[in-house]
Design a protein around this ligand. Structure first.
Ligand SMILES: [Ca+2]
Length: 730
């Protein structure tokens, strides 16, 4: 990044939406995230136009526009703009990168990926280049593939212009750098003094570099949200330093590999006429590890915080394939210096302000210059169109195109415009019911009422009005630290009206403050309306969002198999993997059903005897003891994650019965698939087997029956009463 900045311009006032796929949708379409159907991530999509995870056909992406104008277009790394219900091999593929105008795709479809064993696709086909290569890492794999691709284009047709969208998994969790980079960072001892001191140091560095005004103020450490470093136990300090060193190693490693791709362009002799826009950040720094961090992000999304002492079990393997790790939010706060709050907090600069460097050596002459004009990621598309001289298309595939909503920042490339006023005058922000409005230097913000790790509580029922409003003058107050709402009541009123007008214009309404509840909200799904699933053929790679959902429900899984002479072993059915999931398999001939509860606890049913050769019917029956997903409609999570009893049967005879005191409420490991007849990527129990663990018995038929709980009229009455009480207490 430093190379791009030194060779071009630095920007300190560009903004994102506060969350990943919403920002990406805005980045590739030049429209606001709600306009592009991505008010939230696709796994939280609901039926409203601003939130349905569908990028409508009247908003063609920059990939499509450039493709239609002769460019070779490609996308490397994270996608997360494919609706969860279109992520399986039945498609449709029109909202995969290749369907959105990016002719070549090498990356992962979902929200994040294990970098050691990713759910990786080339175009729309899953590939496994890491098999048998324990040293392989996607950060390097992706750079190698991009370098190979760019050289292929260049050697085949040197005059072909190219467009690359490069979105590494870094620094989203899991933080998976190579050991080389972890050692390098560790030896620098950057973080030994703790997050309070690191924050002060970053603040001083920012002033020294001139990227923030000299008179910028910094709010005191938020002791109500996060503890002071000095108050921590030695064990916690030790753990948190490890967490942050791995994070920093991941950031640096990724930056280094991006540098190799840039070098490849220089080696082709094309750097002078290549515009590189490098936006660095995970929106704000992510606090989704919670105050303690976590060895397993899947635990976080199931509402499970792992105490420090338990996390120490993973200390030596932090960042390796044994963890799906995230760091303590204390570091995230420090890394958002000089701002407050985090990714997800759309009303705070700590959630939405990015840094950016832009180089175009043959054209931008003010090398190393700083630009301070207000901008947003929706400005990137119109900027690319302006510099390439390509007009925004009036129609694509016969469909009239909606106007682009961003404003080109190409004017800032010219040194004489270094200090002119921003051309982007007004911008709304909204995420999970937290919102803000920017207008010509003023920022109206809702007071933060939820830390990003508080995801399972009841949602604010009226996020437009049930808010404390704050007002800031960013022209004088770079870090959004002086709330002047009291002194300017008329301005507050006027800007709230302006927010409502913008929100109406860009399909922000109905605003919804729920977070976790939306993960399990009903949405289009290829399994919708089905309670019975039959499989007669081995099959791997079905994503979580497109497979039978067994959480918060009763279900019965029956496998009719034929054991050959000498016995059998292997995977019958699995979903998820090392960090959460279930497996139904034969181990040394014995039937096993296993629930992996976020790698903290494994519940296991096992038959005593190995199956004899011949035909057998295996059954795992689970009776769920709770009201199920239906309680969500009442802003109530009480139906989820409840206990239940599982029974394992062989040929109709019970061989094991066991109760679970709690179950996973939300989600299995999302980057792992539903696999029949073998296991891809990681396994659910390393102590038992290594994937692919192919089934050596013949699978004649696998049947899954799901018996979802239904609310009785009495249940509904109770839930309605609870909801009324909740509202009354607010
Ligand atoms: Ca797996």
């Amino acid at each position: 990044m430093e190379r791009i900045a030194k060779n071009g311009l630095r920007y300190n006032n560009i903004h994102s939406t506060a969350l990943c796929s919403p920002t990406r949708a805005a980045l590739i379409t030049g429209r606001n995230h709600h306009s592009a159907g991505f008010g939230v991530i696709s796994e939280q999509a609901t039926g409203f136009p601003g939130y349905n995870s569908i990028i409508a056909k009247d908003k063609a992406t920059i990939g499509r526009i450039l493709l239609d104008n002769g460019y070779a277009t490609s996308w490397f790394g994270k996608d997360h703009n494919t609706p969860a219900f279109a992520a399986s091999q039945v498609g449709p593929f029109d909202q995969w990168p290749t369907g959105m105008g990016f002719e070549y795709f090498y990356g992962f479809v979902g929200g994040d990926a294990n970098q050691w064993e990713p759910n990786l696709f080339r175009n729309t086909t899953q590939i496994y280049p890491f098999e048998g290569k324990p040293e392989w890492n996607l950060v390097t794999g992706m750079a190698d593939d991009a370098i190979d691709y760019l050289n292929r284009i260049n050697q085949t047709m040197p005059s072909k212009p190219f467009f690359v969208k490069y979105a590494p998994g870094a620094t989203h969790a899991p933080h998976h750098p190579t050991k080389e980079w972890v050692d390098k960072i560790h030896n620098m001892h950057l973080f030994d003094q703790g997050w309070n001191k690191v924050r002060e140091q970053i603040f001083e560095n920012q002033k020294r570099l001139g990227v923030i005004p000299k008179d910028t103020k910094m709010e005191p450490w938020p002791t109500k949200v996060l503890p002071d470093w000095d108050s921590l136990t030695p064990e916690a300090k030790k753990l948190y330093i490890k967490q942050v060193e791995v994070f920093a190693a991941y950031a640096t490693y990724s930056d280094h590999e991006i540098g190799r791709v840039v070098q490849a362009i220089e080696d082709m002799g094309k750097l002078d006429n290549t515009l590189i826009i490098y936006i660095n950040g995970d929106n704000g720094t992510s606090a989704e590890g919670g105050p303690f961090g976590t060895p397993n992000e899947v635990a976080f999304f199931n509402g499970v915080a792992v105490p420090v002492a338990d996390q120490m079990k993973w200390y030596d393997v932090w960042g390796t394939e044994q963890t799906y790790n995230h760091m303590s939010a204390g570091w995230s706060w420090a890394f958002d210096t000089p701002f407050t709050w985090f990714k997800q907090n759309a009303s705070k600069l700590g959630g939405i302000r990015q840094n950016m460097a832009v180089s175009w050596p043959g054209h931008i002459k003010d090398k190393g210059g700083l630009r301070e004009q207000f901008m947003h990621v929706i400005d990137v598309v119109p900027t690319i169109l302006e510099v390439t001289g390509i007009p925004a298309p009036k129609s694509v595939d016969g469909i009239k195109q909606a106007p682009i909503e961003g404003t080109s920042f190409a004017y800032t490339f010219d040194a004489k415009n270094a200090k002119v006023a921003s051309r982007h005058k007004t911008q709304y922000f909204e995420m999970f019911g937290q919102w803000a409005l920017y207008h010509e230097g003023w920022l109206l913000s809702t007071q933060v009422n939820r830390a990003p790790w508080e995801v399972t509580g009841p949602a604010n029922p009226d996020p437009l009005n049930n808010q404390v409003l704050e007002l800031y003058d960013l022209n004088k107050d770079f870090s959004q630290s002086q709330n002047i709402a009291k002194q300017n009541p008329d301005k507050v009123k006027q800007m709230k009206q302006m927010f409502i007008a913008e929100a109406k214009k860009y399909q922000v309404f109905p605003m919804d403050a729920s977070v976790a509840a939306r993960i399990v909200a009903p949405r289009p799904n290829i399994t919708a309306g089905r309670s019975e699933f039959v499989y007669t053929h081995p099959m791997v790679g079905l994503p979580q969002g497109d497979s039978p959902f067994l959480l918060d429900s009763s279900y019965t899984i029956t496998a009719d198999i034929e054991v050959p002479k000498g016995g059998a072993e292997g995977m019958i059915l699995t979903s998820g993997g090392r960090f959460a999931g279930y497996g139904f398999y034969l181990l040394k001939g014995k039937p096993v059903f296993l629930w992996n509860l976020v790698d903290l606890e494994r519940i296991r049913w096992e038959g005593k005897d190995a199956l004899t050769p011949g035909k057998h019917s295996l059954e795992f029956d689970f009776k769920y003891d709770g009201l199920g997903l239906g309680t969500l409609a009442f802003n109530n999570m009480s139906g989820l994650g409840r206990p239940g009893t599982g029974t394992l049967k062989v040929d109709g005879k019970v061989v094991a019965t066991q109760s679970m005191s709690h179950t996973l409420p939300m989600i299995l490991q999302w980057d792992e698939s539903f696999d029949i007849g073998s296991d891809t990527l990681t396994g659910v129990n390393d102590a038992d087997y290594k994937p692919p663990f192919a089934l050596t018995a013949k699978l004649n038929k696998l049947t899954i029956k799901v018996d979802r709980p239904q609310l009785s009229p009495a249940d509904i009455k109770k839930l309605e009463a609870a909801m009324r009480n909740n509202k009354a207490s607010e």
